[in-house]
Design a binder for this molecule. Structure first.
Ligand SMILES: Cc1cc2nc3c(=O)[nH]c(=O)nc-3n(C[C@H](O)[C@H](O)[C@H](O)COP(=O)(O)OP(=O)(O)OC[C@H]3O[C@@H](n4cnc5c(N)ncnc54)[C@H](O)[C@@H]3O)c2cc1C
Length: 400
């Protein structure tokens, strides 16, 4: 009999792949018309627009195992940021971009104390190569204050950067999540696949049996009932759907087509919230300067991610900001689409392991581990391994 997986997001696909590799028959049931869940790329007028700005961090361990370098074509961002406030400042990782060291030092973004805090943060990240086994109770703002960062540096860099990662400028996330994410940025690169972020689930889905347009209405330990009444039997069921009570962070992004900017550094642009607390956008980038296939030849794709803690900025304000940040004239910046993802990142415990077994069903999904590509892949693998373990110990058992 088949193992059923509910949801063809990264978690469900990772679970199905793990099971199939051990010779299990697997069927993935997906509500949407396409696979990928929250990892989608739209085609808009010849541009590839990801549904919300997201990057793959090459230091993710699970991700490196499922998408080895020789199988997926990844393009890296530069390790740094251009920060737009009263002046334009640059902050680049001196170890990776030594030629930009002077620009970073002369930016006067940080005090001597911030430098000490950055050094001790960096040293503290060295031993972190994956999600923490146990979650601590400390929250990000206390953690950053304990390290001694000045308010100016926090608002000029840490808040827009981490606020963009967690889709929450208030940084109401566990300190563990910040440490994990920063360690991943420090160890590897933020990257984009050549064909858009949806290349990730597409690659993972190869060879899997997937039924799209198939909504699961009810789940029992050995069967699921679809919303048209069809019953599908399975010897075990992995359910990647988050509980209805889950709290979510949302995000809104605008995508634009433009001429290629003069400065082609493939880097993230941040709003300096110390200088400009009312900046209309939190960050922006030109993904086509990172991975050229994101835009037609001789054109650039620009993303602007709106503030998370205030009413949406107008198209006019966003266009004006991009015009300043990228040195382009406003009339040459053409609006392609606006994307709002209401359920983008679920509240998650930020931990490496979860017990996937619950009332005879196996749970997975980023909400069980960490709201990230890595968390989703890991949760799927763990759920699949729990199924395999139980099938091995109870080969005749039909339930978990
Ligand atoms: C805008 C945005 C930016 C992000 N940025 C990053 C980033 O930069 N780096 C990073 O690591 N992570 C990022 N993430 C997080 C990452 O994309 C997610 O953690 C991951 O994709 C979640 O995968 P999942 O399989 O757990 O869930 P999902 O992708 O949500 O998959 C669940 C699947 O279940 C299906 N489903 C739901 N109900 C049913 C039903 N009744 N029957 C059948 N199927 C059903 C859904 O259609 C969906 O396909 C971002 C996410 C978003 C949205």
């Amino acid at each position: 009999m088949t193992v059923l997986v509910i949801g063809a997001g990264l978690s469900g696909l990772a679970a199905a792949r793990t099971l199939q590799r051990t010779g299990q028959e697997v069927l993935v049931l997906e509500k949407a018309a396409q696979i990928g869940g929250r990892v989608q790329t739209l085609e808009v007028d010849g541009y590839r627009v990801d549904k919300g700005f997201q990057v793959l961090l090459t230091a993710y361990q699970e991700a490196a195992a499922v998408w080895p370098e020789h199988e997926i074509n990844l393009f890296p961002f530069a390790s740094g940021a251009i920060i737009h406030g009263r002046e334009v400042k640059q902050l680049f990782d001196p170890l990776r971009h030594p030629s930009k060291m002077w620009r970073t030092v002369s930016s006067k973004l940080f005090t001597t104390r911030d430098v000490k805090s950055l050094v001790s943060l960096r040293l503290g990240l060295q031993g972190i190569c994956g999600l923490p086994e146990r979650a601590s109770t400390e929250q990000a703002p206390e953690f950053l204050a304990r390290l001694g960062f000045s308010e100016r540096f926090t608002n000029a860099f840490l808040r827009p950067f981490l606020g963009g990662v967690f889709l929450d400028e208030s940084l109401s996330v566990p300190a563990d999540a910040v440490r994990f994410v920063l360690a991943m940025f420090a160890r590897g690169e933020a990257s984009l696949p050549a064909q858009g972020i949806s290349a990730l689930p597409e690659h993972l889905s190869q060879g899997l049996r997937i039924r799209c347009n198939c909504t699961v209405a009810e789940v029992e330990p050995t069967k699921v009932i679809l919303n048209d009444g069809e019953v599908v039997h399975g010897k075990a069921i992995i359910d990647t759907r988050p509980p209805v009570s889950t709290s979510w962070q949302s995000t809104k992004m605008m995508a634009f087509g433009s001429p290629i900017p003069h400065d082609t550094t493939p880097v993230l642009h941040l709003a300096n919230l110390h200088d400009q607390p009312d900046a209309p956008i939190l960050h922006a980038c030109a993904p086509s300067l990172v991975a050229p296939n994101y835009a037609p030849p001789d054109r650039a794709l620009l993303y602007a991610t709106l503030r998370t803690d205030r009413p949406s900025a107008s198209l006019k304000d966003v266009r004006r900001t991009l015009s300043n940040w990228f040195g382009l004239s406003e009339e040459h910046i053409e609006h392609l689409t606006t994307i709002e993802v209401r359920q983008a990142l679920p509240e998650s415990p930020c931990r490496a392991s979860q017990d996937a077994r619950e009332h005879g069903i196996y749970r997975s999904g980023d909400w069980t581990t960490h709201a990230s590509i890595e968390g989703a892949l890991r949760s799927g693998r763990i759920a699949a391994e729990s199924v395999l373990q139980d099938l091995e110990t109870k080969p005749n058992a039909k339930t978990a």
